[in-house]
Design a protein around this ligand. Structure first.
Ligand SMILES: *Cc1c(COP(=O)(O)O)cnc(C)c1O
Length: 247
């Protein structure tokens, strides 16, 4: 999986595209932030780096990208020792038996959606003397076979996780259903924002609502207008994903 490398020429071309893409994304983030009454610097751009070769990620970091998120535990672990300094997060579906590879290695796990998973994160965090910061992933479209806790179970789950000593909840994350109707997407984002604000106002112990992580390449500006303060952007930044090249 790791043997293929990009040629110098391919790398140069990807670096050029990346620089252009980043400019566009930054200006759209700025515009959406200002439109929704916030400062551009209040919005965190997290680069979603699955399938992106390490030299390209490191170039993004050189260009000022501060946060990266990986989806697969194995890919993250392969890349970690090669990455330039940056804030490293996990954003993909996580199985309890893989938690051991992440605790102490990432600043935030964005995809906690069950008691079982949170319990394992807490257990290993206590064992390793760290507190792991997490977001709760919400299945806002209530889609079958999709990760995330259902909206009606969100509060119960928060109540349970808030008692776990090794875990600190910092906010919410979602991937809304794919739909061609932008208004529908807005309604999912707005619902998320409402949960975020409601939970914030309850001031639960050990639960803070600092991050509302929603919006990807096709809809990050819209997500910001609806209240997101973290967007996870992959293909709009790095181009179409190519599988099998990591160096
Ligand atoms: C891949 C991925 C993204 C980025 O997707 P793009 O559409 O390429 O921007 C964001 N969030 C998660 C959880 C992802 O897996």
């Amino acid at each position: 999986m790791m043997e293929k490398s990009l040629s110098d020429q391919e790398l140069e071309s990807r670096f050029g595209d990346l620089e252009e893409n980043l400019k566009v994304i930054r200006s759209r983030i700025e515009e959406a932030a200002l439109e929704s009454g916030r400062k551009p610097e209040d919005i965190t751009l997290l680069a979603a780096t699955k399938t992106v070769p390490v030299p390209v990620i490191n170039r993004a970091i050189e260009l000022g990208v501060t946060h990266i998120g990986e989806n697969r535990v194995q890919e993250l672990c392969d890349k970690l020792p090669l990455l330039s300094p940056c804030d490293r997060q996990f954003i993909g579906h996580l199985q309890s038996n893989k938690v051991k590879f992440l605790v102490g290695q990432v600043s935030l796990i964005q995809s906690v959606d069950s008691e079982k998973l949170a319990k394992e994160i807490s257990r290993l965090s206590v064992q390793r003397d760290v507190i792991t910061q997490v977001l709760i992933e919400v299945n806002i479209g209530e889609e079958e076979n999709k990760s995330g806790v259902s909206p009606e179970s969100l509060e119960d789950l928060l109540g349970i996780i808030s008692t776990m000593p090794g875990v600190s909840v910092r906010g919410l994350m979602t991937i809304p259903p794919v739909c061609d109707n932008p208004e529908k997407t807005v309604s999912y984002f707005s619902k998320m924002r409402q949960y975020y604000v409601d939970i914030q106002s309850k001031r639960l112990d050990n639960v803070s609502m600092d991050y509302l992580s929603m919006g990807m390449s096709s809809d990050y500006a819209q997500a910001i207008r609806c209240g997101a303060n973290m967007v996870r952007v992959g293909s709009a930044l790095f181009g179409q994903r190519q599988y099998g090249i990591l160096h």
